[in-house]
Design a protein around this ligand. Sequence first.
Ligand code: GDP
Ligand code: MN
Length: 377
Amino acid sequence: MKIHEYQAKDLFSSYGIPVEQYILCSTADQVAAAYDKLAMQKIVVKAQVLTGGRGKAGGVKLAKSREEATAYAKTILGMKIKEYTVNKVIASQAVNIGSEYYVSFVIDRNTKSVILMMSAEGGMDIEEVAAHTPEKIYKFAIDPLIGIPDYLARKFAFTLFKEIEQVNQMVAILQKLYKLFVNKDASLAEINPLVLTKEEKLIAIDAKMTFDANALYRPPAIHALFEPTEDEQREAYAKEKGFSFVRLDGEIGCMVNGAGLAMGTMDMIKLYGGMPANFLDIGGSSNPNKVIDAMNLLLNDPKVKVVLINIFGGITRCDDVATGLLKAFEQLKTDIPVIVRLTGTNEKEGRQMLQGTRFKVAETMSEATHMAVEASK
Ligand code: GDP
Ligand code: MN
């Protein structure tokens, strides 16, 4: 789960990590008022969206007057950064950047611990630095039983700084950021850039945090910050309906009973040159409501061009499933091709019931998959 920069900065401040004062705004007028309130010559107008690379996309602008701030707010509010629309910006006190550093704590599966990453190449994409000059990123695994006592914090801080004044500021930031990371069950706490200002002060001018979604019941204050993306909304809907659902990138919507069969269906789609739009296990029973819920989930995804229903009738009989499908589709309004493959108990009866209806009926799994892949092209 991701949170916005301003929310991460609130957490930073509550742990004593230095950040500039900011005001959250959703209109250009509010930004103009914020400019007056911050009483600075220069402010920064920053898009608040749940993605990085805002600077490159034009979502971070340094304004030197009230007029400039208002003009930037007008262009940034409503702009799209990747798939996110900007609804909020912060008007932040500007800093005089001396140099930019990178600092993060992240869970590392290789060392099975939290690692600290630091670099003097802050500000830009850390992935770029990692790809071209990995030696410029310093990594330290943190022993969970030891944490970061003063002597370690100083050792880490000295890799980036020489002046004792700066080292001391860095020590405090590292210890506080680590404490925040652990206390809130974070999976990432990143400052990029951490700025050494011309006045020799270390300040986090960007803040990024992500949290382990499986631990959200523990720090309730964090859960309250959850703003689900469209994909996450779909996943929440599926969870509520009792489905196992994972969104993928293809065009073939899959509705299958049983996780193993669902995996097999996806594999076969790929084998025949198609791309599944999702993994969806609807479980047993032929209840039409379940089919309606599952279809609504699939049709809600604009990428889905065709639906493949692959059902193994064990205890649930195929003729019952066919009845359920016919009933469900009386209520669903869609022209999308729907391919059905039924196998198991009473399969012949089930298939017969679907002949001559809106469904395209297939007998074998490979036949069904073939039809779905063709229809998706
Ligand atoms: P990101 O692109 O989404 O990571 O957004 P950042 O918050 O990291 O901002 C991008 C860049 O804008 C930073 O690396 C800085 O170079 C610049 N920037 C942000 N705030 C200020 C500021 O207060 N003063 C100045 N001069 N530049 C800033
Ligand atoms: Mn940044």
